[in-house]
Design a binder for this molecule. Sequence first.
Ligand SMILES: *Cc1c(COP(=O)(O)O)cnc(C)c1O
Ligand SMILES: [Zn+2]
Length: 421
Amino acid sequence: MSYALGLRCLRCDQRYGLGMMFEGCPKCADPDIVSNLVVEYDYEKIRNVLSREVVSRRPSRLGVWRYRELLPVSDERHALSLGEGSTALLHSTSVGRKIGLRNLYLKDESRNPTWSFKDRFSAVAISKGLEFGVKTTAAASTGNLGASVAAYSAKAGVPSIILTIPTVPFTMLGLMRAYGAKVVAVTTPAGRWELMSKGVREYGWYPAGTYTTPPTGNPYGLQGYKTIGYELVEQLGWRSPDYIIQPTANGAGLFGEWRGIKEFYDLGMVDSLPVMVAAEPEAGGPLYRSTLEPRETIARVQTKKSVAFSIAGSVTSYQALRAVKDSKGYSVLVSEEEILEAQSLIASCEGVLAEASSAASVAAAKKMREEGRVDADAVVVCVLTSSGLKDLENRREQLANIPTVEPRWEELQRVLQTYYA
Ligand SMILES: *Cc1c(COP(=O)(O)O)cnc(C)c1O
Ligand SMILES: [Zn+2]
């Protein structure tokens, strides 16, 4: 059962009921900042029912619902599952040696049902939508969120509308359509959010993502991201990593992971807290920019085309800023080359093919080590948010040139030497 009590503003502490609030806190909103709302729980009661032992005994097939007390879905009949969560944490010895980190771990979120960590969000967001009795779900997405929302809406038997970008990668589009979403490409990012807003306000669409600037989003779905934090703590033997490096767009994942570990800390289930590090592409970097401002504000940046298209956003969220500030963390900007190099490194040394956006976390880890911001012994977790099968398109030219031979040994030998040295 759920012990959710209500929503609370992260900035002014105003409390609200567990209602359909998707546009942040109306009380303290100003032109620079609109704060996110977070779900609050009855932690006193949870303390009596949840412990390390209780959690450990629950089977991993329950996925995100292993932590149902700390999720906002009250009726278990509404708890949708496609087998999300309980993903592997890999000790990355080869990449670790190359970049000088003895305790580098990869949290492989590509093992989720639609091959990205967005499934943790969608599982909880759409389940909560069922509880609200919604008739249509909607999301504005460049790919992974749309694919995930489409899949969980299909499972829920609710139609979904996905507003995407005209350049949406073919694989992402293919997934969304296969799951039955009504997909429409909208020519501008601002336009996508405006249309979403009208659909939500006037036509009862249930937003499974964000559509306001600065981004506030669905506070229930965000709760699903906490489970990455819970899992990490347990997988590391009931200790927190020293650093979590999270590829960041709006910062929902970053904040969710922080919030999850903070809850375990407050419940006495773990003794320390991680430093939260955002990995952002140089092509965007709104959180990085916001952290440079002396006063609390949410900066906007111009974006460029990036291989990390899932995280090259122009604006961050208040909750992302809070995760970084409250954990004494920061944002690391990485270049296009650094991202692609990290993607190849993880695949060729560890056998894990991550989306370029996801590999930004490993690129950031390398940079942090080079700049002496992290010790060689620190426990560093890089979250690999999605699968490299989503963006193989990036490598089309490279892959088009593989050598072809007549079936003769000498020819094979020749190309192995000339082409692959
Ligand atoms: C959505 C996404 C992210 C991060 O999104 P946040 O809004 O910052 O949580 C990171 N990587 C990939 C591959 C994504 O699809
Ligand atoms: Zn407020």
